[in-house]
Write a protein that binds this ligand. Structure first.
Ligand SMILES: Cc1cc2nc3c(=O)[nH]c(=O)nc-3n(C[C@H](O)[C@H](O)[C@H](O)COP(=O)(O)OP(=O)(O)OC[C@H]3O[C@@H](n4cnc5c(N)ncnc54)[C@H](O)[C@@H]3O)c2cc1C
Length: 493
């Protein structure tokens, strides 16, 4: 069985609260302080548990890269108008899903999602969005150096003509659109080979590894020092949400320590989103990771190389981390299991991967397994392989409001406190390509809640400028009936 501990299946009911309205800003001035708050749930701050009369403008559920994107747009944008909405982050575990996201996340500059499931090319705006997202993450990395980003050469090896043809078909439109990130197709004698198996071809391009957890916790720490109106509560699991009538703060968000009222609720909960939104049509796939010590004959490539291999329905990546004083010489093998919940043949998949590795890299490719079992986590899957980003129509939250209230909840804007009309929002379902979508998707939700969707916004490091619609593919990612049909997973969901 895969080890799922620490990945959201044992959400605790601790009552620990990190931060309160204004009083604890100074005590949360550094990333390390924030991280240790999450790591030591025993510490109790003064009793500031809000009860049902406690009102906040925005509740963000989750504290990962999506949630930080939402906060990074709402807080400065509203401050630029002289407003300070109360933003309350409720996180079931430690900050940024602590424990689960301690891994390095792989990020490519070129789009990961190029085709629709039916084989058609995705609209240029969706491709651009992924490239802009990678650029935005890079800009933040240069501000928050803890992210420890490193550049790698990514080599996709194709061992048959069909896969090679797919690699070429993927690259053609990208060559035209993003020549600056030029990938190269290799054939014949140019194709690198390491062991008995000679690949038919390869595609190489640049990728990055980032320490997502460090990046995100550094940003939260920075935001906490800048905005007294931001509150973060870890080890606080949201149990349910109720919609009431006749209130400026219509949502009652009930967590493991009590209830608060909110104007807006943002679901930044990745694959856990269906727990609070069972109608949303998002399902969980799996991401698996093996950690091994490479054999003496495994290619070194100066620890700056990633291989992407294709084993029938299990494409997987092999990352050799650099050896050296501060890093152990490790091999990470990651793969996704899109079709769901049955882990029955997990061991046989691992066996197949090992035997394929042997044919590509030779019999001495592996020295030892470092982790006794593979680590697994769930990823949010949608039927059209694209995330859900935006306001959730009332039909899909199914919170049972009266029809007159429904009209108010779904109206696009109001002057109420400068924010959009109350609503529930989501940014989740990245289909395993979280780093390609998550940050700017979070921004997009934040801009819409701030009611600034149609404003020309200044470009700042980590966020594109202009009107939201200039860079956000709303038609493809938002949730309306057409989209819900496209994203329906059918029997899988
Ligand atoms: C081993 C591994 C390797 C990965 N590799 C890559 C990679 O190479 N590239 C890539 O792009 N992505 C990768 N990912 C995925 C990526 O790290 C995360 O899924 C991504 O950070 C998603 O960001 P997020 O903010 O949307 O969600 P998360 O970071 O998952 O945050 C969601 C948060 O919501 C919280 N939450 C859920 N339900 C509730 C509730 N009811 N109440 C309160 N809080 C709740 C959770 O505790 C969690 O902290 C990998 C994941 C794993 C585990």
């Amino acid at each position: 069985m895969p080890d799922t501990s620490g990945y959201g299946y044992d959400i605790r009911d601790d009552d620990t609260l990190v931060g309160d309205d204004n009083s604890s800003v100074s005590s949360l001035g550094s990333a390390s302080t924030l991280v240790s708050e999450g790591a030591n749930p025993g510490r109790r701050l003064p009793n500031i548990r809000p009860h049902i009369d406690h009102r906040v403008d925005v509740v963000i559920i989750g504290s990962g890269i999506t949630a930080v994107g939402v906060a990074l747009s709402i807080l400065p944008l509203m401050a630029s108008r002289g407003m300070a909405p109360n933003v309350f982050v409720l996180e079931a575990m430690g900050l940024c899903h602590e424990g689960a996201t301690q891994h390095d996340a792989l990020m490519s500059f070129l789009p990961c999602r190029v085709f629709r499931p039916d084989g058609g090319l995705l609209p240029e705006k969706v491709l651009d969005f992924q490239v802009k997202n990678a650029e935005a993450v890079k800009e933040l990395e240069s501000k928050y150096l803890d992210a420890g980003a490193r550049e790698f050469e990514m080599e996709e090896l194709y061992d048959n003509d069909e896969d090679l043809e797919f690699g070429k078909r993927t690259q053609r439109p990208l060559d035209e659109l993003y020549p600056q990130y030029g990938a190269t197709i290799l054939e014949g004698d140019e194709v690198p080979h390491y062991g008995p198996l000679r690949a038919r071809g390869a595609r190489t391009h640049t990728a990055r590894l980032i320490r997502l957890h460090k990046l995100v916790t550094s940003i939260w720490a920075d935001l906490r020092t800048q905005y007294a109106n931001l509150c973060i509560s870890t080890n606080t699991c949201v149990r349910h949400i109720t919609l009431t009538t006749g209130s400026s703060h219509p949502y009652i968000v009930t967590s493991s320590w009590g209830s608060i009222r909110a104007r807006h609720v943002v679901h930044a909960t990745a694959s856990s989103a269906p727990r609070l939104l069972p109608e949303i049509g998002l399902t969980a796939g799996w991401k698996h990771r093996l950690l091994l010590r490479p054999g003496a004959r495994f290619p070194k490539r100066e620890g700056k190389h990633i291989w992407a291999l294709h084993l029938e329905s299990h494409p997987f990546t092999v990352i050799r981390l650099p050896g050296g004083n501060d890093e152990i010489d490790e091999l990470l093998i990651d793969w996704e299991w899109v079709s769901g919940r049955d882990h029955g043949d997990m061991l046989s998949t691992v066996d197949q991967i090992y035997s394929y590795m042997e044919s590509v890299f030779g019999p001495e490719w592996k020295d030892a397994e470092i982790m006794p079992q593979n680590r697994s986590s769930t990823i949010g899957i949608t039927g059209d392989s694209l995330p859900f980003v935006g306001r959730i129509p009332q039909d899909y939250t199914n919170r049972g409001v009266s029809s007159s209230e429904q009209a108010a909840v779904e109206a696009p804007f109001s002057d109420d406190g400068g924010l959009a009309t109350p609503g529930e929002w989501i940014s989740a379902g990245y289909n395993g390509q979280d780093t390609a979508f998550a940050l700017l998707s979070g921004y997009a939700v934040g801009i819409q809640i701030a009611g600034m969707e149609n404003e020309e916004l200044e470009m700042v490091p980590g966020r594109p400028g202009g009107r939201l619609n200039d860079w956000f593919p709303k038609e493809e990612l938002s949730l309306d009936d057409d989209r819900m049909m496209r994203a329906n997973l059918g029997p899988l969901g």
